[in-house]
Design a protein around this ligand. Sequence first.
Ligand SMILES: [Zn+2]
Length: 298
Amino acid sequence: MPELPDITVYVESLAAKVLGDVLQRLRLLNPFLLRTARPPIAVVEGRRVAGVERLGKRVVIALEGELFLVLHLMIAGRLKWLAAGAKPPAGKATLAVFEFGGGSLVFTEAGTTRRASLHLLHGRDALVASDPGGIDVMTCDRADFAARLRRENHTVKRSLTDPRLFSGIGNAYSDEMLHCARMSPLTLTRKLDDAQIERLLGAMRAVLGEWTERLRAEAAHAAWPAKVTAFRPQMAVHGRYGLPCPVCAAPVQRIVYANNETNYCARCQTGGRLLADRALSTLLKASWPRHIDDLDAG
Ligand SMILES: [Zn+2]
């Protein structure tokens, strides 16, 4: 799922194209994309774009008259930009086309599962009410960050990806942040001391800052964020199971869940301990290695 760095760059790129332009026509090619009935979607046509914003992992197009188009990309949703007059791609992946004076924004979703959504909200209050409430870790103060982290006692991996606590962080960047903080993903949040919280916040900011800069530079080069993916070769651990950690060269480990996995480096993050993967450890029972050094021996 596109996270804060990807969404930030989408927002900046889109703002550069459409701010002040008029949304002339909205073509909904998949009627299930739109999840709201009021106000009627036709009211957006002919309105000027007043702003483009990020709300968690969503892109918001603000139109004059306090109308907000909220685009939730989920996992496979993507945004493409077409020059005026260019034809949008045919096929079921194209869900909607927003035609502006200067070009068109195309909302696509790969695959057959339809999860991406569009909401039309009226009034800033309605937009605020749709916000899960997570804070922006780039700008929050330390005390608020620590309080949110300690509010419930969960694994730090789960808390970082909870949109009610922190805005725009998902599976990919939380893996990178925890690696950067040299912290186990299964550390319980109420066990974190002040120094660890400080280190974690610093790591989160470093990872988000570095990636936003990198994606911004890529988008500038291509005039649009053309390659939005959760898997990038420059990542340290995310999506890199079995590949060498860039810090210590030990093979990256994983904890597998039903639909995704957490990646970490045992040497950098858990003192060499391999975290129990429920599926794998049940399967392997006694032969399950406990320490990364046993992997080589086994
Ligand atoms: Zn490492």
